[in-house]
Write a protein that binds this ligand. Structure first.
Ligand code: KG4
Ligand code: ZN
Length: 345
């Protein structure tokens, strides 16, 4: 097969990322994270787009250099069309459009959420790819979704958050405890030395497969307001372990329900929160106890990155050049009423 190089660009939030793929293999995946937001305790959209403007050219240069190719060898450019912060998306979109126009090569738009799911199809010898149909749990600072993935481009959103994303729940709880942003990894670290049953927090009662995390944040706030600073300091590890147990419990309850409703026992996770030790052990347990098949991609493909945008670009190109397939009925999937939002292919 003739070598074909695709450049991918991701700029939907606070990471400027560029990757070069040769077919489904990643040749480079360069990400510039923006430290500026740490002092504000969350992403400031205007500062994010300004930082993307500064980062985009050096990041693309580095991705091409690491892949050891010249831009003239590119055969297509894929970019994140959305969802994301408007100003941030505009930087990646206008850069990708101008470069594609200048090089006279095709431009492929990619849905960010679909990319988190299809990141599992990046060729990596250490990872087994999921089989269709499977359930994807996408958990990050910006999103929380359970998706039934029937094929590369046939997906149904079965449930999503009604308010905060799960990463936000971690980060906001951490902020209440006086931890720096992003606090998710710090809660995880502290939780490992604490007792998860020390302070039970209530789980929200949300029908079906949707999630809600804002009530948990409020109950943590009320709990902390009743304690002295010395108590909180002394019991920080126990509080973190209890918060983590509650959040992971919410995710796992919904995942069990999704497995029950669909009959699909293959689960793939993605997004920054996939790094959490609690979700990893809970999935390991489900694998052993309930015989689920579980897929966790390498961390560099879990967080926002351009390689995942590249794999969707590659799969879209492949689909465009393949003869149309006659759809086969898929046995074993029970019908579930999907949420109104369908991922755009
Ligand atoms: O995917 P990501 O890099 O960016 C987006 O939000 O799209 O995810 C970042 C989120 C942050 O909320 C961060 O606190 C959370 O992932 N996170 C974690 C852990 N590592 C990252 N949350 C809990 N435990 C972790 N180990
Ligand atoms: Zn994301």
């Amino acid at each position: 097969m003739e070598k074909s190089y695709l450049l991918a660009i991701e700029s939907s939030c606070d990471d400027t990322s560029a990757a070069v793929l040769m077919h489904d293999r990643v040749r480079s995946n360069v990400t510039a994270s923006q430290k500026i937001h740490q002092q504000y305790g969350g992403v400031v959209p205007e500062l994010a787009s300004r930082a993307h403007q500064q980062n985009i050219v050096p990041v693309v240069h580095q991705a091409l250099a690491q892949a050891n190719i010249d831009k003239k060898q590119l055969s297509a450019i894929a970019f994140t069309r959305g969802p994301g912060l408007l100003g941030s998306l505009l930087v990646g979109t206008s850069f990708a459009k101008s470069l594609a126009l200048g090089l006279d090569i095709p431009l492929i738009e990619v849905n960010h959420m679909q990319a988190h799911i299809l990141a599992h199809f990046i060729e990596d010898q250490k990872q087994e790819k999921p089989n269709f149909p499977f359930l994807a749990l996408t958990i990050s600072g910006g999103h929380t979704q359970i998706v039934l993935v029937k094929d590369y481009f046939e997906m149904e959103v079965l449930g999503e958050t009604l308010d905060d994303a799960v990463g936000e729940a971690f980060d906001k709880s951490a902020k209440l405890l006086g931890l720096p942003y992003p606090g998710g990894p710090l809660i995880d670290q502290l939780a490992q030395q604490g007792n998860p049953d020390a302070f039970p927090f209530p789980k929200p009662k949300v029908e079906g497969l949707n999630f809600s995390f804002s009530g948990l944040k409020t109950s943590i706030l009320y709990f902390l307001q009743k304690q002295s600073d010395a108590f909180v300091e002394e019991h920080k590890a126990d509080i973190c372990a209890s918060i983590q147990k509650t959040i992971i419990g919410i995710l796992m309850d919904k995942l069990h329900l999704a497995v029950k409703k669909t009959g699909v026992k293959e689960v793939a996770i993605g997004g920054g929160v996939a790094a959490n030790s609690g979700i990893r052990s809970a999935l390991e347990l489900a694998k052993q106890k309930h015989h689920w098949k579980v897929h966790i991609p390498p961390f560099s493909y879990c967080t926002d990155n351009a390689a995942m945008i590249g794999i969707v670009g590659y799969l879209k190109q492949k689909k465009a050049f393949s003869p149309p397939q006659i759809p086969k009925p898929k046995p074993g999937i029970k019908s579930v009423k999907p949420n109104a939002t369908l991922l755009q292919a």
